[in-house]
Design a protein around this ligand. Structure first.
Ligand code: NAD
Length: 260
């Protein structure tokens, strides 16, 4: 379905992003991986995509807090593949603390990676999409792009910001063959969720099991974590021609969380 397309997925060395990159490659897209992590593990993931799906996979280590590195990554992808047809802005970090104790540096970091990087990557990739008259921007928001939880003020602000940015973008490019959407996953079992358990235990004085059942899945009526494969399948659909009229939307995949 996506042969001849190139997909750049930020934050794709792990979790949702890696699953999305693999799903787009399965459909025939060349992919650019990005993110932090162990060099050998990243190379294994990159090489596996090429072997399993017969596409080209590049890795770019651009730091999403650095606008000039983001622009250089998009330029390198365009140089190698001719265009970035599909941009999945997915890199994200979390910090859990009450507002009056929230470290300034943590606020700045969450906003830079979760929100500003979405702008910088989109700004860089958009001219190429406009030239081709086809493009897909899929931004990984969160249920926290639609509703809030306590102790996650920077994350909730950034994700609501992503939803707003995406709507504005969608209106600007509505007649250019480009769609822009925010996907809003509930709790997906990934390293990001696993990593916030200790802080949540501390902030709320709970055990690990209580955090999983009473905090994380408390909001998710299905009482199941969303899987990375389910998110990847959703993103793949949004990149298809069948989804050409889905744009400017904030789309939950959250086990019913935001219905409550
Ligand atoms: P993850 O920690 O597994 O992946 C995050 C990715 O972002 C990694 O590849 C990491 O290296 C990358 N990253 C972090 N800082 C970076 C930086 N400065 N520069 C470049 N890359 C950087 O987490 P995940 O759960 O797969 O999260 C992916 C996205 O999904 C995030 O935007 C997150 O907010 C969102 N999300 C996750 C869940 C969930 O429950 N896991 C729910 C809703 C939304």
């Amino acid at each position: 379905m996506l042969k001849t397309k190139t997909a750049l997925v930020t934050g794709s060395t792990s979790g949702i992003g890696l699953a999305v990159a693999r799903a787009l490659a399965r459909e025939g897209a060349n992919v650019v991986l990005n993110g932090l992590g162990d060099a050998a593990e990243i190379e294994t993931a990159r090489a596996a995509i090429e072997t399993e799906f017969g596409v080209e996979a590049l890795y770019d280590p651009a730091d999403m807090t650095k606008p000039e590195q983001i622009a250089a990554m998009v330029a390198a992808a365009e140089k190698r593949f001719g265009a970035v047809d599909i941009l999945v802005n997915n890199a994200g970090v979390q910090h859990v603390a009450p507002v009056d104790e929230f470290p300034d540096a943590a606020w700045d970091r969450v906003i830079a990676i979760n929100l500003s990087a979405v702008f910088h990557a989109t700004k860089a990739a958009l001219p190429g999409m406009k030239r081709k008259g086809w493009g897909r921007v899929v931004n990984t928001g969160s249920a926290h792009a639609l509703v809030a939880s306590p102790y996650k003020s920077a994350y909730v602000a950034a994700k609501h910001g992503v939803a707003g940015f995406t709507k504005s973008l969608a209106l600007e490019v509505a007649q250019a063959g480009i769609t822009a959407n925010t996907i809003c996953p509930g709790y997906v079992w990934t390293p990001l969720v696993e990593a916030q358990i200790p802080d949540t235990m501390k902030a709320r004085g709970l055990t690990e099991e209580q955090v999983k059942k009473d905090v994380l899945l408390a909001a998710q009526p299905t009482k199941q974590f969303v899987t990375v494969e389910q998110v990847a399948a959703f993103v793949t659909f949004l990149c298809s021609d069948a989804a050409a009229n889905i744009t400017g939307a904030s789309l939950p995949i959250d086990g019913g969380w935001t219905a409550a």
